[in-house]
Design a protein around this ligand. Structure first.
Ligand SMILES: NC(=O)c1ccc[n+]([C@@H]2O[C@H](COP(=O)([O-])OP(=O)(O)OC[C@H]3O[C@@H](n4cnc5c(N)ncnc54)[C@H](OP(=O)(O)O)[C@@H]3O)[C@@H](O)[C@H]2O)c1
Length: 234
């Protein structure tokens, strides 16, 4: 579980979490709004620098700021990777050494919306590639399996909505699960980055591509079905 009272940057007066974003586009802004609503701070970055994000930060309001990617690991409790697949390697490189930071990988290995737009990773899940590119991070795959606009419905009245997460570090997964709860979702742990990550992967993973957020009951059933039927090729 995240301990919001002991942030890694040593600012003991801070009681909320500070969530950094690699990327400032649709995914980053959607999650930033949700985290701000939950009382957290957000720091957005892109490849062009903070000056290019003045309007985005103003629209997000209090609690939002912009920075350069290289400052995120020191300033933030968690870093969200939210850039298109083609920019993942460059973006992760721009972080520098993240020395154990929790990195939430929201990416999908696609370059467009069509089935043929999937980038062939030789059977691996995208987060396995991400974890290789940033070996000192604790990578958790989350927020990749649903359309971005559907996240806006989190916390609305009705059946609670599930969000899947996968990763190899239990403490990191607990931190991400807590963030999911804070924005009104119910975290469903799909397993490690290989097994769970592939279940959640776009382009064939049985937990992705539903086109909406699943209810907890739907997600639990889908995960049980997936574990029963999905064949993992190593
Ligand atoms: N579409 C969906 O419904 C959906 C659902 C789940 C997951 N996803 C995934 O979410 C991720 C983000 O998608 P999006 O729709 O939010 O993309 P987007 O709107 O195109 O935004 C991409 C952001 O990444 C920034 N960026 C590009 N290169 C960068 C770099 N080297 N360093 C830092 N920032 C960089 C861009 O800013 P600059 O160009 O100014 O640097 C921009 O702010 C993708 O991997 C996508 O597959 C999408």
């Amino acid at each position: 579980m995240m301990n919001p009272n002991v942030p890694p940057n040593g600012d003991s007066s801070r009681t909320s979490s500070r969530v950094g974003f690699l990327g400032a586009g649709r995914m980053a802004q959607m999650l930033a709004r949700l985290f701000l609503r939950a009382g957290h701070e957000v720091v957005l970055t892109n490849s062009r620098g903070p000056d290019s994000l003045v309007e985005v930060i103003a629209a997000l309001g209090p609690g939002a700021s912009a920075a350069w990617p290289a400052t995120l690991a020191d300033r933030c409790d968690v870093i969200v990777l939210a850039v298109p697949w083609a920019h993942v390697a460059d973006a992760l490189r721009s972080l520098g050494d993240v020395h154990g930071a929790v990195v939430i990988d929201t990416t999908n290995n696609r370059v467009g919306p069509r089935p043929e737009d999937i980038v062939d990773l030789g059977g691996r899940g995208s987060s396995e590639v991400v974890a290789e590119l940033v070996p000192s991070a604790r990578v958790v795959k989350a927020f990749n399996h649903q359309p971005i606009p559907s996240l806006a419905t989190l916390g609305e009245p009705g059946a609670p909505r599930a969000l899947f997460l996968a990763g190899d570090d239990d403490a990191a997964k607990s931190i991400v699960a807590e963030l999911i709860r804070a924005i009104g979702g119910v975290p469903i742990d799909t397993g490690g980055l290989v097994e769970g990550g592939r279940l959640q992967s776009t382009g064939g993973g049985p937990l992705a591509g539903h086109g909406r957020l699943l209810t907890v009951e739907e997600a639990t059933t889908a995960l049980a079905d997936a574990r029963r039927t999905y064949r993992l090729n190593r």
